[in-house]
Design a protein around this ligand. Structure first.
Ligand SMILES: [Zn+2]
Length: 421
């Protein structure tokens, strides 16, 4: 199958965002095969991209997808209040059926907003059925996803399901090239004792999984990266999340050991996780990526995340982070953090056709001067078309999903089982 996206305002993001007006993108069998002016349309379906910005799909590098049924449930709490309510109470009430709906809803919410890849930090695996539900829900949505398999935070009486992680790796997610892949949501040294941390790292090593881990100055360690490094565990490909409270030398160690930092600026600001870090990691040369994290008090789209970065970094004393750097973190930076830089994150020829078209003929976008600025300040309502591996996930402003109404009904119903005190 051939698809030609014609006459778009193309923003490529590799190595850094650049704008190419009146440019075509040719897709064949799910991959980008050419980018340039006046490409040959022979045998191709033509998609007119006049009045459209064409860019790679956003990559959300940290999201707890199971919480789509907990939207806006904890608006006015800090991180401690969130932990108590969401992880302490609701996480233990989520059944496998709830989880299947939540995962599919999250996948569709992502696609609707132009997020074509997410890392789902699924620290909600109470049972094998829960793991199946997450994978099934994301697969049904059609989104590209790295499922980070994890133990519920406060379910300490449940045996850590190494055997189930092995089953998932061997039977369900054996490939690192598939649309849905596997990572490990590991217990980290900030919040867990080192013997438990080592067990998770050993499992990741055994199964050949990349690790995602929350880091900060925590009760177990205020220097978690150094603690990992001392044990020989600060391995390349690790996605460290937040890190707001870490000193510069800890962040630098992330870069020096081949890791990346996933920053979730909206939720970090709203829940007092810590000061903005994008300007700091930019100065330090740490690979940066962005994430939504949770929708319990902030929105689930990458525009809101980019805008939080745009605004919060200005006041951080690190200087103004350019909009292009923020867009890079939301696309190519995310792909690199997840180990997918060879497949997604930009419009380079040979990559998967994960592509988003934004309307520039709406009242909030028409006549805009800087295409990168338009993207960073946009909203999901101007997302016109979304492709994942060349397949339409959204077209003419509408999600392409035959069971959308059923998912919405099920999501509405599941949400009624969870209410804040
Ligand atoms: Zn998180």
């Amino acid at each position: 199958m051939k698809l030609l996206i014609r006459h778009g305002c193309v923003i490529n993001t590799e190595p850094h965002p650049t704008v190419h007006r009146n440019t075509d993108v040719l897709i064949e069998d799910g991959r980008i095969v050419a980018v340039g002016p006046d490409l040959d349309a022979t045998g191709a379906e033509v998609l007119d991209a006049t009045d459209r910005i064409v860019l790679p799909g956003f990559v959300d590098t940290h999201r707890h997808g199971w919480q789509s049924i907990l939207r806006a449930v904890a608006m006015d709490v800090d991180i401690m209040g969130y932990m108590e309510l969401v992880n302490g109470r609701f996480a233990n009430q989520v059944g496998a059926a709830d989880l299947a709906v939540a995962a599919e809803l999250t996948g569709l919410e992502c696609l609707d907003a132009g997020i074509t890849t997410l890392q789902d930090y699924a620290h909600i695996m109470h049972s094998p059925a829960h793991a199946d539900a997450v994978i099934g829900g994301l697969t049904a949505a059609g989104v590209r996803a790295a499922v980070a398999y994890g133990r519920p935070v406060f379910a300490t009486d449940e045996p850590w399901r190494h055997d189930d992680a092995r089953r998932v790796r061997e039977q369900l997610l054996p490939s690192d090239d598939a649309l849905v892949t596997m990572m490990l949501a590991a217990m980290g040294p900030s919040y867990h004792p080192m013997p438990a941390v080592k067990e998770d790292w050993a499992l990741a090593e055994e199964l050949g999984l990349r690790i995602a881990v929350h880091v900060g100055a925590g009760p177990e360690s205020s220097t978690p990266i150094a603690a990992l490094h001392a044990e020989g565990l600060a391995r390349p490909g690790t996605v460290y999340v937040h890190g707001n409270s870490l000193p510069d030398d800890e962040l630098t160690m992330i870069a020096d050991t081949g890791g990346a930092l996933s920053i979730t600026p909206a939720i970090e600001a709203r829940m007092d996780v810590g000061g903005p870090t994008l300007g700091r990691v930019r100065r330090l040369g740490v690979p940066a990526a962005l994430g939504v994290d949770v929708v319990t008090s902030t929105p689930g789209d990458m525009f809101s995340v980019m805008r939080a970065a745009l605004m919060s970094t200005d006041a951080s004393g690190e200087g103004r982070v350019p909009a292009a750097d923020i867009l890079h973190a939301a696309t190519m930076g995310g792909a690199a953090a997840l180990g997918m830089a060879d497949r997604i994150g930009s419009l380079r020829v040979g990559k998967q056709a994960d592509i988003v078209l934004l309307r520039t003929d709406t009242v909030s976008t028409v006549g805009g001067h800087d295409p990168v600025g338009i993207v960073v300040n946009a909203h999901p309502g101007v997302v016109d078309t979304v492709l994942v591996a060349g397949e339409f996930a959204k077209r003419d402003g509408k999600l392409v999903h035959s069971g959308l109404k059923d998912v919405l009904d099920a999501g509405r119903e599941a949400a009624t089982r969870f209410s804040a005190p």
